[in-house]
Design a protein around this ligand. Sequence first.
Ligand SMILES: *[C@@H]1O[C@H](CO)[C@@H](O)[C@H](O)[C@H]1NC(C)=O
Ligand SMILES: *[C@@H]1O[C@H](CO)[C@@H](O)[C@H](O)[C@H]1NC(C)=O
Length: 281
Amino acid sequence: MISLPILVSLALLPFTLAQSTDTTLQIAAIEAHFKQSQIVPSLLTSFAPDALLTVNYAGVGDITPGQLLTKEQSAPTPTVTVTPANASIQLTGAYTIAMVDADIVGSDLSKGVNRHWLINGVQITDGKVSNESATAITAYAGPGPAAGSGPHRYVIILYSQPAGFTPPPDLSEPIGVTLFDVNAYAKNSGLGPIVAATYITVEDGTATASIPATSSVVTSTLVAQTTGTKTGTTGTGTGTGTGTGTGTGAPSPSATNSAGALHGFSPITLVFAGLAIMIAL
Ligand SMILES: *[C@@H]1O[C@H](CO)[C@@H](O)[C@H](O)[C@H]1NC(C)=O
Ligand SMILES: *[C@@H]1O[C@H](CO)[C@@H](O)[C@H](O)[C@H]1NC(C)=O
């Protein structure tokens, strides 16, 4: 009754779902961290990434969003990997990677941010950001917050770099760390949108500056939010009862949740679709 390809795809379903659900949740967590740490809106007016950025420092490993590192831990150039939210996100072409010092929570960033890393023309190969045919404008310069200035937020951003990208004259050749307006740079050079981003926190000594309090991101709440309201969605299956069966599950993509974090088909929707196919056959 059920054809082999359908059986095989049903068997693979849990694995595929586990992977994409996990990535979607991690992307939702990063969005929440950016709001909680006020990177949105103080540095970025909005942030809706298509992929998860994983930054790995030798001796530390993969960082969690906002992880507190020492200057020594964050001194080496990290390796960066990108995981698309789902199979419809294609990571081909050129990208620009940047790291900027968004200072402490509550800082006035209107005079610009220190640029600690800016590489144009990086490629993504098997999810790894590679600088092999890239142009280094500002080679990676590890964080060096002033002693006692509090925990600085270093934001690592991956922009898509469309064919029309034209670097501004003052940032077309190698230059060290200087203040700049990263948003104006991205806009005027033709970069964008932001594909993925994350951040680390680096502090030297004990803060003497006063830092506004922020609430922490409770990831268990995110999980509840992203899964809790998905159950209302139903899949509708239609199948013709012939020997080979042509089942088509058509899940409604209209499900939304209060966090606005999950887009598209939920795992539950797809499971319903899978069941509908089986029932129909
Ligand atoms: C490329 O990446 C390697 C490894 O992270 C780093 O050592 C090197 O300095 C980078 N080169 C440029 C041009 O950024
Ligand atoms: C894939 O992910 C993007 C970014 O989160 C989202 O906008 C899109 O709706 C998703 N597509 C599917 C088919 O889930």
